[in-house]
Write a protein that binds this ligand. Structure first.
Ligand SMILES: [Zn+2]
Length: 424
């Protein structure tokens, strides 16, 4: 007689998740500010990767790593199911400087817990199930290196990317005894991957403010980043009459003031525009500014809206420059397309959240994630857990354990559906 385990009653072990999160958080933690410093390919990051490999071995999963330093834990079913395309769940364990304990790490630790729970249940899988921790998501070398390598998007030029100290990605890998060229072999074929699921903290205030325990992500915002310059004329602050000035800073002030109108007229409710960095030159209190250089970061979940915003910003820059007697120019530093989550996965996550009686909403992701890159390779879905006070990239980043348990059980039940479904 075959005993079918009651899969719907299966739950993660929250104590084990807690223990692993707290243990991983000690790696790279500064005693001075309590922040975690596990930037990609530093000694602390490599120690984190070794810690994860040990946990994978301890759980009797098959551990593996690829040339990009991505770490895998695999639950391989027997016979023909082993050759079926795999379902992956993961995130990253590298951090920004002075990070909290959950960004990225939570998704990896929960993936490990889900695989252990599924393995222990004895359920018959119809396809392999893998956990993955991707390298340099946070951007010591620009970000998303591991997931890009996995999706086959890197080239030898990628290794020239530099960190803020001028160290190249290639050199940083060599210093850790890795051969960068091998990262080019990290690419997985479309046929070998069935779906990718990522659980991540929201890093924003929406779930916490509305007292919800999980968010089902529908799409991830795209963005454009510009470096803009207004050229005017530097001149004496005392002798130059107001009407005869070509004040570059006044151009920036006027344009910044236009942004709320641009969002209102050309954007939607998910549009965001930010000027986060500005430099006034020559930068002297008694000189009319001759040059301002500033950043502009604009985001939306809809590509058409993003294009519309891009046109509106250019128009406003041109009008401002004309009015103030300035010249303007801009460089586009990056442009990332918005990515839709797979509708079928969104449906599964929504249904399972309902079965688990979780307070959930469907929402966009305003931050970029590995899932965005994976979305170009395979079907992709994301679960958000609430961030206390919306805080992230800070030692204060936190999520209540009961919310962690809720999001983890949603991941577990959704994974079970994906990896027990009949293969085509
Ligand atoms: Zn992250």
């Amino acid at each position: 007689m075959v005993i079918t385990p009651d899969l719907k009653a299966l739950r993660v072990d929250i104590e084990r998740i807690k223990k692993n999160i707290l243990e991983l958080a000690t790696i790279g933690r500064s005693q001075a500010d309590r922040g975690i410093y596990r930037m990609a390919f530093t000694d602390a990051d490599m120690e984190g990767k070794r810690w994860l490999l040990d946990r994978i071995d301890e759980a009797n999963l098959r551990s593996a790593s690829d040339g990009a330093g991505n770490i895998f834990g695999q639950l391989i079913p027997d016979a023909s199911a082993a050759a079926a395309p795999a379902v992956l769940m993961g995130s990253h364990i590298d951090t920004v400087p002075c990070a909290g304990a959950l960004d990225g790490s939570l998704g990896v630790v929960v993936a490990l817990e889900c695989l252990r729970t599924i393995q222990a249940s004895g359920v018959r899988l119809t396809r392999p199930l893998e956990l993955v921790a991707f390298s340099d998501e946070e951007g010591r070398f620009g970000g998303m290196f591991g997931s890009e390598a996995f999706a086959g998007l890197i080239t030898p030029a990628t290794f020239d990317r530099k960190d803020l100290d001028g160290i190249s990605l290639g050199d940083a890998m060599l210093r850790q005894g890795m051969d960068p060229v091998k990262a080019l072999d990290a690419a997985r074929s479309r046929e070998s991957v069935e779906a990718y699921l990522e659980l991540h903290i929201e890093q924003g205030p929406v779930l916490d403010t509305n007292k919800l325990s999980v968010g089902v992500v529908e799409n991830i915002t795209g963005l454009f980043k510009w470096q803009i310059r207004f050229h005017g004329e530097a001149n004496h602050a005392g002798t130059t009459p107001m009407e005869m000035r070509k004040d570059a800073f006044m151009g920036l002030a006027d344009f910044a003031h236009e942004l709320p109108r641009i969002i209102e007229e050309n954007g939607g409710k998910h549009s965001r525009a930010t000027i986060g960095k500005a430099q006034i030159l020559p930068g002297s209190p008694n000189t009319v500014p001759g040059l301002v250089e500033f950043s502009l970061d604009v985001r939306d979940t809809d590509e058409t809206v993003l294009d519309e915003l891009s046109r509106a910003c250019q128009k406003a820059l041109a009008a401002t420059a004309r009015r103030r007697g300035l010249k303007f120019e801009f460089d586009e530093l990056s442009r990332i397309r918005p990515v839709e989550c797979d509708p079928e996965l969104v449906k599964i996550l929504g249904e399972e959240a309902e079965v688990l009686q979780l307070k959930s909403i469907h929402m966009p992701s305003g931050a970029a994630h590995d899932a965005q890159i994976l979305g170009g390779l395979t079907r992709m879905g994301m679960i958000f857990a609430p961030s206390r006070g919306g805080k992230s990239h800070s030692p204060e980043e936190w999520t209540a354990w009961e919310d962690v348990a809720a999001a983890s059980n949603l991941a577990l039940q959704s994974l079970l559906r994906l990896c027990t479904a009949p293969t085509a």
